[in-house]
Design a protein around this ligand. Structure first.
Ligand SMILES: NC(=O)c1ccc[n+]([C@@H]2O[C@H](COP(=O)([O-])OP(=O)(O)OC[C@H]3O[C@@H](n4cnc5c(N)ncnc54)[C@H](OP(=O)(O)O)[C@@H]3O)[C@@H](O)[C@H]2O)c1
Length: 158
């Protein structure tokens, strides 16, 4: 199963200067809770932003980095060059696509579940969430906390 996990501002912004434009400790906690013990898949830019922030890949998770660079290597990280082939594999366990925008764009058609933290505030930024046809999904859970709304959507059965 392929899941997308993302925090999106009211104006569609998800990133600024290859970082998150905001700091919500509760959202980081949620991210950790949902993804720990699982596979997290990210684009090379998002991976670099995590390394800049934390100095290491995300602990206690299998880190998969998507890049077209065939020479890319990093300790403790699995590298994927052929992203569409990877998405089309039969993923029996839930894998989490954690961004950024370019990686989401390719993943959206394959996403069975969406974990979206809606931020009820506009932020300036330079990276936006690609459009998702939400009529294909149904809301299965929602929790509001201040200006954040943690929602989970599942693809409607055909
Ligand atoms: N709000 C959120 O929840 C959230 C989540 C994640 C990230 N972000 C933000 O999003 C921004 C980064 O997003 P981004 O769109 O610039 O970059 P990205 O999606 O993280 O990474 C883009 C890179 O991924 C590789 N790539 C993309 N498509 C590929 C394909 N089909 N096959 C193989 N490799 C592929 C390429 O790497 P190479 O150039 O190495 O080939 C490309 O340069 C940052 O600001 C970050 O903080 C926000």
């Amino acid at each position: 199963m392929i899941s997308i996990l993302v925090a999106i501002a009211k104006n569609g912004v998800i990133g600024k200067d290859n970082d998150l434009p905001w700091h919500y400790p509760s959202d980081l906690k949620y991210f950790k809770l949902v993804t720990t013990g699982h596979t997290v898949v990210m684009g090379r830019n998002t991976f670099e932003s995590i390394i800049n922030r934390n100095g290491r890949p995300l602990p206690n998770r299998k880190n998969v980095v998507v890049t077209r660079n065939k020479n890319f290597m990093y300790d403790g990280v699995e590298v994927v060059n052929e992203f569409i082939k990877y998405l089309e594999q039969d993923h029996k366990e839930e894998i989490f696509i954690i961004g950024g925008s370019e990686i989401f764009k390719y993943s959206i058609p394959y996403a069975d579940r969406l974990y979206i933290t809606h931020i009820n505030k506009e932020y300036p930024g330079d990276v936006f969430m690609p459009e998702i046809d939400m009529s294909l999904y149904e809301l299965i859970s929602k929790r509001d906390e201040g200006e954040l709304s943690y929602c989970v959507y599942e693809r409607k059965s055909k």
